[in-house]
Design a protein around this ligand. Structure first.
Ligand code: HEC
Ligand SMILES: [Cu+2]
Length: 336
């Protein structure tokens, strides 16, 4: 018993040391909500730092008073009984009023922040995000773009998100840009952000939504307006026509193997709405909500047995021969 406790404690400290070393070595830098790259995240981070400063002041004052009382009024003789008092109106008013004032200040600051976060700028790019087990559908209704798991945003322009869910509750969270905001079936939530730094940001579903909740990642690319416009134009173009024989066979397999029941490829007969739109799947850096980098091998691997790659994946393992897999992978990699 004792030794197993000692064991646990040793493991705890070793684990903590490991984390420290990882942090120092710069491994797996976790995106932080305290390193904001948008107006929205900056408002929240500022509020956090102000509240933290208030908490530090309260802590220091209270501990100082406590320390003073303990030292100044400690028992001097063995049988000494302290003076018996029944309350002190001045002190009681003070220690009721001071916390009330501090809380009122926090209330006003929070209220102001909430108001600033609620007012969606009129010129915002509209984006509709729908959470699915376990991927994100991303639509730009005014721009006619439908994609998945990768959101592009123009720098310094507001983006207004409408968040909803197709199955269970998910939560949209890109720590450096904004969130968390729940995606709820049958209800739309709204939030907006204005990214202030070019870059690639990682997001993660922040509400447990089933087996592959941890495999529900999101990429956000903040780019210049020109780059964003070029991306939109490319996303709106119809799917690239296959050129090689192998890719041509792959295009036929989309129909034969049943992929089109679930996937849309614009400009073809595939118009399914169950899974991600594949029209420009090869333009995405990753597939399966951040689980695999996009390349022909990984696409083949994914199609061969999705639930083996992503536990619980709703794309089924289809009975495909190695030839069919090669052809499909060749076709999908042409869909830039
Ligand atoms: C029953 C519906 C269904 C069928 C049939 C289906 N898929 Fe999928 N597919 C999905 C779903 C759902 C996802 C998202 C899975 C996830 O990320 O959790 C997906 C994801 C994918 C992805 C990754 C896309 C991305 O951007 O992450 C590719 C590529 C893909 N499917 C290709 C195919 C091909 C090729 C076929 C036919 C052999 C096929 N799918 C058949 C439902 C289906
Ligand atoms: Cu989740």
């Amino acid at each position: 018993m004792l030794s197993s406790h000692a064991n646990l404690i040793t493991k705890f400290w070793l684990g903590l040391a490991g984390l420290g070393i990882m942090a120092l070595a710069g491994c797996a830098p976790a995106p932080s909500a305290l390193a904001p790259a948008s107006d929205h995240a900056a408002l929240i981070a500022n509020l956090f730092f102000i509240l933290f400063a208030i908490a530090v002041v309260v802590f220091v004052v209270v501990e100082a008073l406590l320390f003073y009382a303990v030292m100044r009024f400690r028992r001097k003789k063995a049988d000494e009984i302290p003076e018996q008092v029944h309350g002190n109106p001045k002190f009681e008013i003070a220690w009721t009023a001071v916390p009330a004032i501090v809380l009122a200040i926090i209330f006003v600051l929070t209220w102001q922040t909430l108001n600033a976060l609620a007012a969606v700028p009129a010129d915002a790019v509209k984006i509709q995000v729908t959470g699915h087990q376990w991927w994100w559908q991303v639509e730009y209704p005014d721009l006619g773009v439908v994609t998945a798991n990768e959101i592009h945003l123009p720098l310094n322009q507001a983006a207004a998100f409408t968040l909803q869910a197709a199955d269970v509750i998910h939560s949209f969270w890109v720590p450096e840009l904004g969130g968390k905001m729940d995606l709820i079936p049958g209800h739309s939530n709204r939030m907006w952000i204005r990214p202030t730094q070019i870059g690639a940001y990682h997001g993660q579903c922040a509400e447990f939504c089933g087996t592959s909740h941890a495999n529900m990642r999101l990429a956000v690319v903040v780019e210049t307006t020109e780059q964003f416009n070029a991306w939109v134009a490319q996303q709106k173009s119809p799917a690239a026509a296959p050129t090689t024989d192998l890719a041509k066979r792959g295009a036929e397999e989309i129909t034969k193997a049943g992929c089109q029941a679930c996937h849309t490829i614009n400009g073809t007969t595939a118009q399914g709405k169950v899974g991600p739109n594949l029209t420009h799947v090869a333009s995405r850096k990753q597939i399966a909500a951040g689980l695999l980098d996009f390349d022909a091998d990984n696409v083949r691997l994914w199609i061969s047995d999705p639930p083996a790659i992503k536990p619980g994946a709703t794309m089924p393992k289809l009975p495909l021969t190695p030839d069919q897999l090669d052809a499909l992978a060749a076709y999908l990699t042409t869909l830039k």
